[in-house]
Design a protein around this ligand. Structure first.
Ligand code: T3D
Length: 261
């Protein structure tokens, strides 16, 4: 691990912070490796029940560090090998994590940075933040899952528009399009995003994992197939300690305490 990404766990919440503010959290190799490893660490730590992903400084993440990339293009080897090596594992770590991931989008999210935000389960966005696909401006195509997530979130026509004609989508439009689930004043972003992520960290972790699994499955399967998956997942949750505790608390008119079990 290195200081391009900060990792902290408190109260069951892992906070993963991109920490290259001087470079707008552009992703050089060190940052990509640290982000991938931090997310895997959070996924495998049973003490972590939710993850908050954010950036230090005025950007959330502007994607690939193009100042590093130009060197790779001019050197030997496979300049775009980083997609399989870094970007894909980062996105898979976020989407495959059996716990909720909240992105606190503090500033511009461009290219892969936009992709990471959309891979998260919930986006809390500062009112001054913007989103841009950026890829075709540098003669690339979408990566970091954007060609899968973006049309599902905003529709195929709008996704094609943003990918063919990259522009900055402001927070208000992001909220209208469904990119942002919540927009808050910049000064309140940290506290609101943390409050939301902590609430998830104290919630029924296995239920959240099942919601993630079912939504991902339903995205490319039939209703009949999805009904089967829902039945299996519900069956598994039926014998969970959190479900028993919640129903007992409901009947007793008490607040349930979820242990993520
Ligand atoms: O290997 C591969 O390439 C494959 C992987 C691809 C994944 C990707 O993410 S590809 C997409 C890469 N990202 C971009 O193309 C975004 C490029 N940046 C921009 O379009 C704009 O900078 C922003 C819309 C993000 C922000 O605009 P603005 O006006 O707020 O800031 P600015 O003035 O353009 O930039 C401020 C500084 O940040 C500037 O540096 P300087 O002049 O002060 O030294 C700029 O060069 C730097 N910066 C911004 N984006 C990047 C960057 N430096 C390195 N890499 C960047 N991606």
């Amino acid at each position: 691990m290195n200081d391009t990404v900060l990792y902290e766990v408190t109260d069951g919440l892992a906070t993963v912070t991109l920490n290259r503010p001087e470079a707008m959290n552009a992703l050089n190799v060190a940052a990509k490796e640290a982000l991938r490893d931090s997310l895997r660490r959070a996924a495998s730590d049973s003490g972590v029940r939710a993850v908050l992903l954010t950036g230090n400084g005025r950007a959330f993440c502007v994607g690939q560090d193009l100042k590093e990339h130009i060197g790779t293009l001019e050197g030997e080897g496979d300049p775009l090998g980083t997609v399989a090596l870094h970007y894909n594992p980062i996105v898979s770590a976020i989407t495959g994590m059996r716990k909720p991931v909240v992105a606190a989008v503090n500033g511009v999210a461009a290219g892969a940075g936009f992709g990471f935000a959309l891979a998260a389960d919930y986006r809390v966005v500062a009112d001054g933040a913007t989103f841009t696909t950026a890829f075709t401006d540098i003669a690339l195509t979408a990566d970091s899952g954007l060609s899968w997530t973006l049309p599902r979130v905003i529709g195929a026509g709008r996704a094609a528009d943003l990918l063919l004609f990259p522009r900055k989508v402001d927070a208000a439009e992001a909220e209208r399009l469904g990119i942002a689930q919540r927009v808050v004043p910049g000064a309140e972003l940290d506290s609101v995003a943390r409050e939301i992520a902590l609430r998830l960290a104290q919630g029924p972790t296995r239920s959240y994992a099942a919601v993630k699994e079912a939504l991902a499955f339903a995205a490319d399967h039939s209703l009949e197939e999805t009904l089967e998956v829902e039945a299996r997942l519900q069956g598994e949750l039926g014998s969970s300690a959190d479900h028993r505790a919640a129903v007992t608390a409901f009947v007793r008119k008490e607040r349930p305490v979820f242990r993520g079990e």
